[in-house]
Structures are given as structure tokens and as C-alpha cells.
Design a protein around this ligand. Structure first.
Ligand SMILES: [Zn+2]
Length: 100
């Protein structure tokens, strides 16, 4: 059950970082570990990236990076709109749930 909630949080992290600049899978995995998602598996991260791309929230571009092809993801205008709506709901939720 917890994993189900965390999968949602992970998608929000991805949208946020893709809004700040392009991200690729391994980089995003490291970032999520930094946030405490220590055992994020490729089986969680990559499907999330693909789903966000399939929904039109992320655009993908293949780039050669130090001899390696990587898929870089950036936020689309549709993704930006979604992130904006998520922010509103997140603030509402945090204001209630985190209130002391
Ligand atoms: Zn982050």
C-alpha cells in the first residue's frame, strides 16, 4: 500500500525536475535516492517515465552523452498544466495533513 502512495510522489518529483531542466533515468534515480526513496527499482522508475511520456506530460529526446545514448525528458505544456494543478492540491493537502 505504501508503495502505491510513493509511486504518486515519485511521479510528482519527476514532473518537478523535468520542469527545471531535462532529466534522464539514472539521474532521476539518484535524485530520488537523495530524497529517501532508497530502493527505487528500474521497474518503478522507468514505467513512470514512460507513462508520463505516453500521457503527453513529458517529451523525450535521445542525446549522445559521453558516448552513451540517453533519453532526456522535459516537461511539455500539458505537463506544466498538470503540475500546476498538482501544486494546488498538494498545498491544500499539506496545509491540512502537516498542520500541528
Ligand atoms: Zn528532487
Amino acid at each position: 500500500m505504501l508503495q502505491e502512495f510513493f509511486r504518486g510522489f515519485i511521479k510528482i518529483h519527476i514532473l518537478y525536475h523535468a520542469a527545471k531542466g531535462s532529466v534522464y533515468g539514472l539521474e532521476m534515480a539518484a535524485e530520488l535516492r537523495r530524497h529517501g526513496y532508497e530502493n527505487i527499482s528500474p521497474g518503478t522508475l522507468y514505467p513512470a517515465l514512460h507513462r508520463l511520456e505516453g500521457t503527453g506530460y513529458l517529451a523525450v529526446e535521445r542525446r549522445l552523452d559521453a558516448g552513451r545514448w540517453r533519453k532526456y525528458y522535459t516537461l511539455t505544456p500539458k505537463g506544466k498544466e498538470a503540475l500546476q494543478q498538482i501544486r494546488v492540491k498538494l498545498r491544500e493537502l499539506a496545509d491540512e495533513v502537516l498542520a500541528l
